[in-house]
Design a protein around this ligand. Structure first.
Ligand SMILES: [Zn+2]
Length: 86
């Protein structure tokens, strides 16, 4: 399924992420990965199955999140979420 969420509020973050042309990032929405990571970080989730999380993400061909690393996006979101929780 393709992601049709409005990710316009985090485009500046998507621009800072590395490209992942060959791996999972070619298909998965890095903006959704960021938002999932942010939630998990904010809630201090400590048991993380990243392959399952990434597999469940929607696909994306749009905006700055296109072809960005969902791994990096999740990690960045997790850190931002933790930081904002304090
Ligand atoms: Zn998305």
């Amino acid at each position: 399924m393709a992601c049709n969420k409005d990710h316009s509020n985090i485009q500046h973050i998507m621009c800072s992420l590395p490209f992942d042309q060959g791996g999972l990032g070619r298909h998965k929405c890095a903006a959704c990965a960021y938002e999932k990571g942010y939630q998990d970080g904010f809630n201090h989730v400590e048991t993380i199955n990243l392959s399952q999380i990434l597999n469940e993400l929607d696909e994306s061909q749009a905006q700055a999140q296109r072809h960005k690393s969902p791994h990096a996006a999740y990690a960045k979101g997790y850190l931002d979420g933790i930081t904002d929780s304090y």
